[in-house]
Ligand binder design. Structure first.
Ligand code: IMP
Length: 208
């Protein structure tokens, strides 16, 4: 069945669900991506993380969520709606990978926070902790601004790749040393909109 036919084969409400037809629409549309963590499992884990974070902070002292663009956007959007506290959010943009799958070792701030964080409870929200160089750089920078507290929440971590030790407070999933895409993570700018985390079925991951 073609994608258009599949789209018409179920109710619109199923688009935001995890019905079988919804899942097969996505996997059918991206046959080159093998599912590693299904959308349903991500949603369940995000709900758990949200509850954990809500438990650790309070309505009087809610966290300021600092998302690292662009990868954390999808995770942050879901996570903040799983935290029933008056949270605020802001973004930084940091270049590390560029369009490559190997870390260049160079980290650069492309966009700073809009808000002051002195005295704030900052919770950095990251898509993936790989070598750790990006978060190491960001934590050093944020510490100089004297937040009341500074914690880390990452959706994924690849322990085999860590080059520096980063104190992670909340982690969604520990994954093997594989290059993953989806749920905000890209390969050459693509696949960020996949609702699941997957692995490209090709062995050649050179930039196009
Ligand atoms: P780190 O500085 O090596 O920890 O890398 C952090 C950034 O590299 C992440 O925020 C991602 O944008 C990118 N990255 C690391 N591993 C992957 C991956 O498997 N897929 C897509 N992007 C990745």
């Amino acid at each position: 069945m073609g994608v258009k036919a599949m789209l018409h084969s179920y109710e619109r409400s199923a688009l935001i669900g995890n019905s079988e037809s919804w899942v097969s629409l996505w996997t059918h549309s991206f046959p080159e991506v093998e599912v590693l963590i299904p959308a349903e499992q991500i949603q369940a884990r995000v709900a758990e993380l949200g509850a954990e974070i809500a438990h650790d902070y309070s309505a009087e002292n809610p966290p300021l969520l600092v998302g690292v663009l662009k990868g954390s956007l999808v995770f942050l959007a879901d996570l903040m709606r799983a935290i029933p506290l008056p949270v605020q959010y802001d973004f930084v943009a940091i270049s590390s990978y560029g369009a490559q799958t190997e870390h260049t070792g160079q980290v650069r701030l492309l966009k700073d926070l809009d808000s002051q964080i002195e005295g704030c409870h900052v919770l950095v929200v990251e898509d993936i902790l790989d070598t750790g160089l990006t978060l190491h750089y960001l934590l050093e920078l944020l510490r100089t601004r004297h937040p009341a507290s500074l914690r880390i929440c990452t959706l994924l971590r690849k322990p085999e790749r860590h080059l520096v030790e980063i104190p992670v407070d909340y982690c969604g999933f520990v994954i093997p040393n594989q290059f993953v895409v989806g749920y905000g993570l890209d390969y050459n700018g693509r696949y960020r909109n996949l609702p699941f985390i997957g692995v490209l079925r090709t062995t050649n991951l050179e930039p196009k």
